[in-house]
Design a protein around this ligand. Structure first.
Ligand code: GLU
Length: 470
């Protein structure tokens, strides 16, 4: 089996006309694989969407490497190595019993142990876990770190729950999940609804029932108990480092940009922080009820107090900053900006939002969340020549810094904030050039979607073929 990476891609997309037969066969085969995925995974629409986006950007790779088809690499990639679904019983503060569903999808371990976050959100079901796990495979490959892809979580809603209720839920969740984890097997972290508090309770329970202080089994830990500097900030900071590279590739910089961010969770907060440090004016952010506009520049201390300490809604912002506006109808994407950073959740930015952004002069969109932009919105932005950074490249700083946390845990070391941040910055620069160069190599300059999908896929597919039929 030839190595996809060492085989220099001298051809380009433009060459497709010379190999029309190859292109037609590639498309036909990919359609067949995709139809199989839809049939086998009925109703899992987010998973279908994530698979579709990756598969059809790989046509030029398939043309050059038809052996991928014979090795059934796509069929293997789209079928998780293992899927775990379990009952999570717990009691609330009044003694009432609740039953939630827990998930862990161990998708692909060809590059390293399964790695990816846990999401606690009432909307969570297998289709969302699988879309996230599938994306994670390529994202993790792009970081250049030795991590495979997985994802998990529960339909538990931590909103409005007391610390004790969250603790009891986490303990019950880990009591089942622990048997599937291990620093060389599967290493979860946070995602929506899972932050430092939840990771603490999960780690405490893992330690208790395994009788092992196995720091490398979870990432996103507190700094006193095995956590790493910059992990909390990493997804948001990394996103802005990536945006900086995208702007630099066009001769621009962050300084003086007007930025709108959706969301106000961990990713949004630290994207705002880094954008402000680099001289941008961040004027809006949102939560699931509405958004705030503060033309003077968002006061991040206030947002941190509201969201990280008080765990309140964004409406509280205008009580602290009366000059700001709170808007409860419409969309944050109606606010004019030059740079838009969707950092909330999947499919939050649709075609009508993309149209509003372009109308108002937006020049760059980069995804802090996973798959926040719908496929037709991506196509619209790309046609309008808006630079578009897909999440699996742009938000990879979080998981990359998780891999740095694993590295520190394995060597019982802890690095300074400055060193950790410069490692993160280097990694984001590398991811950017990997995507940028791959897009050029395949005749689609500036197409970061193709660049990210192809670069990530080449690494995973090569490792899968090297490891044989497993
Ligand atoms: N949930 C984050 C992501 O989407 C981080 C995963 C991790 O650090 O393992 O990449």
């Amino acid at each position: 089996m030839s190595n996809l990476l060492s085989n220099s891609a001298s051809g380009t997309l433009g060459l497709l006309t010379d190999t029309e037969g190859g292109a037609a066969r590639a498309l036909q085969e990919l359609e067949r694989v995709y139809a199989g995925v839809v049939a086998r995974n009925a109703g899992e629409i987010e998973f279908h969407q994530a698979v579709r986006e990756v598969l059809f950007s790989l046509v030029p790779v398939v043309i050059r490497h038809p052996e991928i088809l014979d090795a059934k690499v796509f069929e293997r990639l789209c079928e998780p190595e293992r899927q775990i679904i379990f009952r999570v019983p717990w009691q609330d503060d009044k003694g009432e019993v609740h039953i939630n569903r827990g998930f862990r999808v161990e998708f692909n371990s060809s590059l390293g142990p399964y790695k990816g976050g846990l999401r606690f959100h009432p909307s969570l079901y297998l289709g969302i876990v699988k879309f996230l796990g599938f994306e994670q495979i390529f994202k993790n490959a792009l970081t250049g770190m030795p991590i495979g892809g997985g994802k998990g979580g529960s339909d538990f809603n931590p909103k409005g729950r007391s610390d004790n209720e969250v603790m009891r839920f986490c303990q019950s969740f880990m009591t089942e999940l622990y048997r599937h984890l291990g620093e060389y097997t599967d290493v979860p972290a946070g995602d929506i609804g899972v932050g430092g508090r939840e990771i603490g309770y999960l780690f405490g329970q893992y330690k208790r029932i395994s009788n092992r202080y196995e720091s490398g089994v979870l990432t996103g830990k507190g700094l006193l108990w095995g956590g790493a500097q910059v992990r909390k900030e990493a997804t948001g900071y990394g996103l802005v480092f990536f945006v900086q590279e995208m702007l630099a590739a066009r001769g621009g910089s962050m300084d003086g940009q007007t930025v709108v961010v959706s969301g106000s969770g961990n990713v949004a907060i630290y994207a705002i922080e880094k954008a402000q440090q680099l001289g941008a004016n961040v004027i809006a952010c949102s939560d699931s009820n509405g958004y705030i506009v503060d033309e003077a520049g968002i006061n991040l201390d206030v947002v941190k107090q509201i969201k990280e300490v008080d765990r309140l809604r964004l409406t509280a912002y205008v009580e602290h900053v009366p000059t700001a506006r709170y808007v409860s109808d419409g969309s944050v994407w109606d606010v004019p900006c030059t740079v838009a950073l969707p950092c909330a959740t999947q499919n939050e930015l649709d075609r009508s939002h993309a149209e509003a952004l372009v109308r108002n002069g937006c020049k760059l969109v980069a995804e802090g969340a996973n798959m926040p932009t719908t496929p037709d919105a991506i196509a619209f932005l790309q046609n309008a020549k808006v630079a578009f950074g897909p999440g699996k490249a742009a938000n990879a700083g979080g998981v990359a810094t998780s891999a740095l946390e694993m590295q520190q845990n394995a060597s019982r070391d802890s690095w300074t904030f400055e060193h950790s941040e410069s490692r993160l910055s280097e990694i984001m620069t590398d991811i950017h050039s990997r995507c940028f160069q791959t897009a050029e190599k395949y005749g689609a300059p500036n197409n970061y979607v193709m660049g990210a999908n192809i670069a990530g896929f080449e690494m995973v597919a090569t490792a899968m073929m090297d490891l044989g039929l497993v």
